[in-house]
Write a new protein. Structure first.
Lengths: 63, 134
């Protein structure tokens, strides 16, 4: 699953650690999601979407 | 998980240290009590099985950690390490069992199965993490 997490994070000038703190997960989690090596659960995807003020499908795509 | 420090991981480490401590203490008590003939009969069976209780507790503690861990990625890493630990332990124990049966290999006491499982689980954790490094 692809995602725009790195771009969205860069737009807000957040580090991976900052994003991880806002999501209450580890920095490794953010890195694994960004690189597409780990697909988040639906609850975590919703938390990400709420944090960025977007819909889930605006962040993640199955292409 | 060994260098990270979220609250669930801290609790898990502390509980596992206590389980290991009690396992050593009870194993020593059982060895002293039984080998020196201070305890015999039915009581010796209870004493002999006592060191297994902290071992069982360590498995309960692991289950508790998995349910308390809020970071699903960390949970995923540890489940993968546990599965690798189980797989390697079962494969080696079964292989060694056949070696004992067919090739008269030295007997391996069953008490070593659980330590083997923890050693393989801990050893496989860095390998699991490496898969996710960018």
């Amino acid at each position: 699953m692809k995602n725009r997490l790195r771009v969205l994070r860069a737009e807000r000038a957040w580090s991976q650690a900052e994003l991880a703190a806002r999501l209450e997960v580890s920095r490794q989690s953010v890195n694994a999601i960004e690189t597409g090596k780990f697909d988040p659960s639906l609850p975590l995807a919703f938390r990400l979407a709420r944090l960025f003020g977007l819909r889930i499908e605006e962040i993640f795509s199955d292409e | 998980m060994w260098c990270s420090s979220n609250p669930a991981q801290k609790r898990y480490r502390v509980r596992m240290i206590w389980a290991a401590f009690f396992c050593v203490v009870l194993a020593a008590a059982a060895a002293i009590g039984i080998s020196h003939g201070r305890v015999s009969g039915i009581a010796s069976y209870f004493l002999a099985v006592l060191p297994a209780l902290p071992v069982a507790w360590s498995l309960v503690v692991t289950g508790a950690y998995l349910s308390e861990e809020k970071d699903e990625f960390q949970r995923n890493l540890y489940v993968q390490a546990l599965l690798r630990g189980i797989a390697v332990t079962l494969a080696l124990a079964t292989g060694w069992g056949y070696m004992e049966d067919f090739r008269r290999a030295p007997h391996l006491d069953l008490i070593w199965v659980c330590p083997m499982f923890w050693i393989f689980t801990v050893a496989s954790y860095p390998l699991v993490i490496r898969r996710y490094r960018s």
